[in-house]
Write a protein that binds this ligand. Sequence first.
Ligand SMILES: NC(=O)c1ccc[n+]([C@@H]2O[C@H](COP(=O)([O-])OP(=O)(O)OC[C@H]3O[C@@H](n4cnc5c(N)ncnc54)[C@H](OP(=O)(O)O)[C@@H]3O)[C@@H](O)[C@H]2O)c1
Length: 312
Amino acid sequence: MDVTVRATSGALRVLIRCAGTAPRVDSSEMPTHPVRLSARACETAGMSALRLTDAVCIVTGASSGIGAATARRLGEAGAIVVLAARRAERLERLAAELPRALAVPTDLTAPGHLERLVEATLAAYGRIDVLVNDAGQGLHVPLLELDPQDLRAVYELNVVAPLRAMQCVFPTMRTQGAGAIVNVSSATSLRVFPGLGGYSSTKAALNMLAQVARLEFAEAGVGVSLVYPSVTATEFHQRLRAGSFAGGAHHIPVDPPELAARAIVFAITSGEAHVLVGDPPRAITPGADDAWGALLARQAPRPGAGSGETVM
Ligand SMILES: NC(=O)c1ccc[n+]([C@@H]2O[C@H](COP(=O)([O-])OP(=O)(O)OC[C@H]3O[C@@H](n4cnc5c(N)ncnc54)[C@H](OP(=O)(O)O)[C@@H]3O)[C@@H](O)[C@H]2O)c1
């Protein structure tokens, strides 16, 4: 299947038609990007922290909510943004609004689409500095009513797709010697909520994949972070795979999507492993003596290290 993608670069607008096999970019020809490591990031186990000017950033779930707000914030910071989701017209409209953006209609659960997203990005810009794994869907039903087919579908989108996206961008980031990956989790993965078992288990699985990726990718200079939004005013609660949102009953304050976008950009630029959405965003440390840090898994001791050592 062909896909039409639109690249906007200031006044220059190019339409690129990518057949199934878009031209591969020889990594030796990749333009160099000034990646700056912050002192704080260097301290945190050599994780990368990126400067956003001219950085090429893929954002999944960019057609609405937190993803669209993140794309806007990255665009304002001078980044080139590659917008991925299924609703093509929305992506085109957002791309036209941003200084430099590329709309790549993508179904993250369809075979070959992630590869095509990466190929289209490399064909247009020659590099990938940032991946924001934002796309996701809720599944808010009590366990006894949980349909395994719904659970499998939401695992495909919330767990398997972000994993595959990390696998797809990693070779390019390794060749560049730098990159930042942010996975959008949920505060529901850090507490136990009846009625949210299906959804929050997908985010708990994502948390573990991302934390392991952070350790496995560190040597290549690729940082991996998790951002934990709370209830956010987006289309999310109207587009649940099944069930309904009972948050109103608990009087949970609702954040604007821009607050989550700010936390995502903070995770990219700081390289922090775990970022709680708030004003301002807050980094949390596994095992730290506070309400959130105590809920995060701690890294297993490295061979030969003292039993209590953690690096995240
Ligand atoms: N809103 C909240 O209260 C809240 C709280 C905590 C965490 N989160 C997390 O935040 C992230 C963003 O959610 P949101 O609140 O911004 O909800 P949203 O407005 O519903 O956005 C979800 C995005 O995911 C995309 N998407 C869904 N299925 C897809 C697929 N198969 N392929 C590609 N893209 C797909 C949607 O685009 P298309 O339909 O166009 O494909 C849309 O852009 C999710 O991971 C969610 O779990 C949300």
